[in-house]
Design a protein around this ligand. Sequence first.
Ligand code: ZN
Length: 482
Amino acid sequence: MTLKTLTAAIVLSLLPAIPMAIEIEKLQLPEMGDSAGALISPLEEKEFGASFFRMLHSQAEISQDLEIQQYIQSIGRQLATNSDTPSSPFHFFVVMDPNINAFAGPGGYIGINSGLILLTEAESELASVMAHEIGHVTQRHLYRQIEAASKMSIPTVAATLAAILIGTQSPAMGQAALMAVQAGSIQFQINFTRDNEKEADRVGMQTLVNSSFDPRSMPTFFERLQQSTRYYGRGVPEFLRTHPVSENRIADTRGRAENYPYRQYPDSMGYLLTKAKLFALTTPNQETAIKHFTSLEKQGTTEQRAIARYGMGLVYLQNLQYPAAAEIFKALSEQFPNQPQYIAALARTAVENKDYDKAHQLFAKATQNFPNNDAIKIEYARSLLKSGKPVDARQILLGLSDAQKDQPFYFLLLAQIQAELTQPAESHRYMAEYYYSSGQTEDAIVQIRLAKQEKNINYQLQAILEERLNFFINEEKERKEK
Ligand SMILES: [Zn+2]
């Protein structure tokens, strides 16, 4: 199958059924060597990516945990700056989903499932998957598949793509998207062709090496993925559906990795802490979780054993055992005062235990010690709000970096603060932004209309509400038309 016919097959699955023959005629597909950049302008790509990410929120649980976000973004940044297009935008995020999957969407949005992170046994393994996904982005593989689907509106393509890439069919998914997915899923299994996979492996490994990660971890993780299929009764992990790993690919990457001299690659603290947190958050059985961390506590360096205790503390916290959790986190934050996660966990325990004075004392100290740490600020603001201090909470939010100010959790927190301050119109306005950023535009429209019904709205807010309402309605209309 040539690239042309393959692309046509995928495109067709995204197009309405009837004008098929005509559509094929119209397709102007690029040759393999072409720069696909001309197909979509940088601005369109940005819009497409943002739309895709919003839709994804309505179909999957994107982690809103800033500690987890900060880690995945830092490793992503390290890889992206060493990729072959370091200046192109990338956005890395974690999907809270036990299925083993990772994917690259439009606009450089790269998602990694919690299940995949937990399957890795070394940070370089996680980096190798991310480098592979970065390779799909820099080689513009996705655009070669979907460029001709541009006859559909951006929100529709974005929603469809989101559904296909996360591989689930949630009820929140639109009917049109659902049908497209059902029709398209078979084609999508072959959408990343063998050539695409090999290319992503090749450029991915170069990125991996340039970023000081272990090239051998790529074949090692592919092998583990392949073996893992035997243990999964439900079938093949999503990642393997969209990125089939063959013996041949493993041998290829193994051969290439062997060209580099062998050395040790220690895992970063961020990787180990993130894995511990994800394990604690996603393991429902307390006994299983404690057993896991107890065995980890007996091995490794002082830092690694401390991380095992941190994991154990998080399990206690999850199970409302506050004194046990506090004891662990207090000891850890004294032993490792430079590790923000430990003091944050101690403060979080105080919040859960409704000991707000203690919590705020700890948060104040932590924000002083780690002035650029947004994760701590967000937890601090939430705690202030819970304890009836919305003005202080809003003050803390002002100190966040701009990167956080378009995230759903940020708008939700602002809406809650405005409600506490008895500013219902402002509260509805931010709820609207919360829904919109989560891919729920219809609910955003409802919120704007509620805001407009409030009394004593000043001229400025009136204008904002009007502008946002029109914007949301237009977008929703575009999505429904196709
Ligand atoms: Zn792939």
